[in-house]
Design a protein around this ligand. Sequence first.
Ligand code: NAD
Length: 347
Amino acid sequence: MKTFVYSAHGYEIPFLEKAAEGKHDLFFSERKLTAETASLASGYEAVALFTADDASATVLRKLASYGIRFIALRSAGYDHVDLAQAEKFGIAVANVPAYSPYSIAEHAVALLQALNRRIYESQVLLQMQDFRLDTLVGFDIHGKKVGVIGTGTIGMAFANIMKGFGAKIFGCDPVQNPAAQEIGMQYVSLDEMLSTCDVISLHCPLNDSTRNLISKAKIMKMKAGAILINTARGGIVNTADLLDAIESKKIGGACLDVYEKEKALYFEDHRRDQINDQLFVRLRANRNVIVTGHQAFLTVEALSGIAQTTIANLDHWEDAQRSPNALNNVVPSKPVRTAIFLQSSSL
Ligand code: NAD
């Protein structure tokens, strides 16, 4: 299938090419999908998108007018796609619902321990030949209360690792996971979790019910000194409220792989730019905040899984079949088969 791959990055292209095995005509572009770049997909049947791409109603309307009939998301999250509008325009959308949950869960743990055990600071001191330990005191995870908001695939992988550390695990989710019993996870209300847990990790999707779930009222309920981890989606947390709580030492700190305004920054080279996002400047300046640029998924296993499912979605549509990962009810019709070639570009 003739597919325009937006937001294509060097780290993922080899995995997509390998999974495609020459079956599809993939055109890779570094450009993000926006209202301005939608026309680049003119003449293609499908687009493949990542999380920073804009698939809002306006952009979908443009894509439809250029003949796009399929959107293959290279992500589990689909909060950046207006699914109802896609259906209205007859565009089938499918995602990658599951790929190595360990990649994200292990990154959440890496962030937690980097902050807790002051790994980054210790390296800076070490480089300066300052071997004093006074600013590097952390705490044992063993015996601590760890809360997991969203006990689905990634949340359970994180919970299992924390269980291995010897923590007591608490879950909060409208749907209880039967696997929680195996590790003695106890389900509690969000307020109970906030007031009792030493570490809280977010693993729920971003949707209308979770947008700004963690804002001032909830943060004020958190246990003094607690650490919040967010590897889910930036929009779940009100960053300004979070920073206020950390700066006033109400809570201990935050580990953030995602950030509510990340679309303007992440996945691009801004070395020559002045960053005017004051919230982000504040985040970076705080020694009790550790930030990574949405890289939790960045393992060989996860990239391979994402590529295989993305290509499998294209395979289904090429055969006029509904993808098992379909997110809306558009029934694909048989597309015209096109020449098979692979091409790269830095469009
Ligand atoms: P999943 O569907 O397996 O689990 C999500 C869980 O959240 C479900 O059990 C659901 O019931 C629960 N949930 C929904 N609303 C909730 C609420 N209001 N409160 C508590 N729980 C709620 O999804 P998953 O594969 O575990 O992925 C979770 C999220 O992680 C994704 O939606 C995505 O946004 C994020 N993610 C981030 C990265 C990254 O690189 N940082 C990579 C992959 C996924």
